[in-house]
Design a protein around this ligand. Structure first.
Ligand SMILES: [Zn+2]
Length: 270
């Protein structure tokens, strides 16, 4: 599932390829992707408009059009938003196609069809963004801000990190990796963590995301989608039963919020 580094990579590629492009026609191949909006209304609101900006907030993509319309996309599990050189040659898993007047196209490609695409106005886009916590790679994400948010939550550390209202953009992989680097047990309630531990977690979140972003951006080439995490050094995620690279204990997995959390019982005691 794409997290901040993958979604930011998609946005960077769109900024490189799609800014200034004019939408000649829009086709919704799968009405469920734009539900509860009608395909015809989605099409009407962006046809003839130009793409002016691509903005990411958390795992949300906001494509801003001339005239004020905003297309908001959430990729969920398998979604990808990308430009293809010929709008007529779209893959079978394309859910929405925005054909450019220059012959190219922007496609929302989503094999498992769990992602969503909606058209909204600037105010509605701001409302969606306003419900999210701070951007972890922005200057506003200071150790003080992070500690302040953590003090108000009794959630287990892993679930706290995955709640988009607390910190925007972390998911199952990078939350687990940040907790490992900060040596924090994923089930530990965040409001019981010392300030020193919270500061270590803050540093870990920023370093994990920066490293992952560099690696994902480098790995993301060609038409194969977001791909893996590139050369990002995964230390706990998906490594159940394998030895910890730091202490040698076996990596364990526990269920949290319906997902598997990977951690090292040797390194992550506090
Ligand atoms: Zn360990």
């Amino acid at each position: 599932m794409p997290e901040l580094p993958e979604v930011e990579t998609v946005c960077r590629r769109l900024r490189e390829a799609a800014i200034g492009a004019e939408i000649a026609r829009a086709r919704v191949f799968r009405p469920g992707t734009v539900k509860p909006q009608a395909p015809a209304s989605v099409s009407r609101r962006i046809t003839g408009r130009r793409i002016e900006a691509v903005v990411r907030r958390g795992k949300n993509i906001f494509v801003q059009f001339s005239g004020g319309a905003v297309v908001r996309v959430h990729l969920r599990m398998t979604g990808n938003l990308r430009v293809i050189p010929d709008a007529r040659l779209y893959p079978a898993t394309t859910r929405v196609l925005l054909a450019f007047s220059d012959g190219r196209g922007l496609i929302f490609d989503d094999p498992r069809a769990l992602g969503v695409l909606h058209v909204c106005g600037a105010r509605e886009a701001a409302q969606i963004a306003g419900k999210l916590g701070p951007e972890p790679l922005s200057p506003e994400f200071t150790p003080e801000v992070f500690a302040g948010i953590a003090r108000r939550s009794k959630k287990p550390a892993k679930l706290f990190l995955m709640d988009q209202g607390h910190v925007a953009g972390l998911g199952n992989i990078y939350a687990a990796e940040a907790l490992f680097r900060a040596r924090i047990h994923p089930a530990r309630p965040v409001n019981r963590l010392s300030r020193r531990k919270l500061d270590a977690l803050h540093v870990a979140i920023v370093s994990v995301l920066k490293q992952a972003l560099t690696s994902v951006y480098k790995a993301y080439r060609g038409p194969d989608g977001i791909g893996g995490g590139g050369d990002f050094p995964v230390r706990v995620y998906g490594r159940e039963g394998e030895p910890c690279l730091v202490c040698g204990r076996s990596i364990r997995s526990i269920p949290q919020g319906g997902r598997s959390t990977y951690f090292c019982p040797g390194c992550q005691r506090a």
